[in-house]
Design a protein around this ligand. Sequence first.
Ligand SMILES: *[C@@H]1O[C@H](CO)[C@@H](O)[C@H](O)[C@H]1NC(C)=O
Ligand SMILES: *[C@@H]1O[C@H](CO)[C@@H](O)[C@H](O)[C@H]1NC(C)=O
Ligand SMILES: *[C@@H]1O[C@H](CO)[C@@H](O)[C@H](O)[C@H]1NC(C)=O
Length: 416
Amino acid sequence: MQATLRYCVVVMLAATFTGLAVSLNNGLARTPPMGWLAWERFRCDLDCKDDPDNCISEKLFLDMGKRLSEDGWTKLGYDRVNIDDCWPTKQRDAEGRLVADPERFPHGIKWLAEELAKMGVKLGIYEDYGNYTCGGYPGTLGHITTDAQTFASWEVDMLKMDGCYAKVSKMNAAYPEIGIALNKTGRPILYSCSWPDYERVTGTPINYTLVAQYCNIWRNFNDIQDSWQSVYTIIDYYGDPKNYEAFGKIAGPGNWNDPDMLIVGDFSLSFEQSKAQFAFWCLMASPLFMSNDLRAISDEAKTILQNEEVLAINQDPLGVQGYRVSQSGGTEVWCKPLQDKSVAVILWNRSTGGMHRTIAVEFDKVGLPATAHVSVRDLYEHQDKGTFTGFYSTFVNPSGGVVMLKLTVKAGDNAL
Ligand SMILES: *[C@@H]1O[C@H](CO)[C@@H](O)[C@H](O)[C@H]1NC(C)=O
Ligand SMILES: *[C@@H]1O[C@H](CO)[C@@H](O)[C@H](O)[C@H]1NC(C)=O
Ligand SMILES: *[C@@H]1O[C@H](CO)[C@@H](O)[C@H](O)[C@H]1NC(C)=O
């Protein structure tokens, strides 16, 4: 029964100010980036002989690019395909450059980037700041400038920089150094940093102001796994008010906290839980990188991930990260203030008692005047629910179910 934090609007002002003060400005990620990333679903599958459709190879990334462009994803903003670990050879070439595995990427990365560009899809790649990547491939330590130049010459548009086999105490120097090397290539490359997560794991103090000066997006917490428990553990971490204070408020155009990939369309989540992961990632202004098989995705999962009303909450230009307003006996209310002065809300029922619960959002708790006439729209039902004063309440399904709403003060009700 903790009513927590302040009103949405107060947090909004603070967040906007901090964002402007520290934001990396390479012109990228003005709204959370969207696309597809290999890791959670395809890991380090090297078996192209017996598993040719799923191994880490140019075919996988071309297949996903094709699906993005032909199945309506790119026009919604899902315009990136990202390679993760296990793409290079174990040795650099004679000039010290990284080389894509010639059997799995016979045409090389530049060719892949060009083929994807023809489909309207940008290519992202992966490296690691240390001696090795997590999978044991060559790391970027000692080769920072060469690697940045290599990626730029391959026309790569995003770089995820991991932190295995590295000294965490050096990260506050190394990640900025890599960011500067990327900047010097002259090619805008979206920079994704695992830096704060490695600091968290080792108990090293995290300076998010510094992180936001050099990275467009950054990981704060555990790698996502294909389970509901993994999803709600991440949501709990983001919902913790002291974490919102430490990093949630820093999010804004150019800078986003990254709770890791969307697993909607994979094996573990129920329909209600799939709607919940997508709703929370959108409300938390998170990067939206799906890690699923777009060649075989269910219509149900696709409908969730292509919900334009929910996507608009994620892509709202104000760029405020939403946060938890209250929690009580297995139910929670979260909100995110929007550019047009309306507020997105999630009502969440985590209880496992098998029945729906009634959950209410009190308008004054999410920054709207208690006396205003507020129109309520349900973003999954695509339905206007009417005009309400004071609060709105509705049934929410159990075991992780959400109702996602947009609340707008009626015109002429000069409350805000
Ligand atoms: C990386 O390799 C160098 C050279 O072998 C070694 O001195 C250094 O300790 C290694 N760093 C880490 C973090 O393992
Ligand atoms: C490099 O940094 C400067 C200063 O922040 C910025 O104006 C420029 O757009 C950046 N260039 C690239 C390619 O990232
Ligand atoms: C965090 O980084 C910022 C930006 O570089 C710097 O001004 C500030 O002093 C740092 N804070 C701490 C506690 O080191």
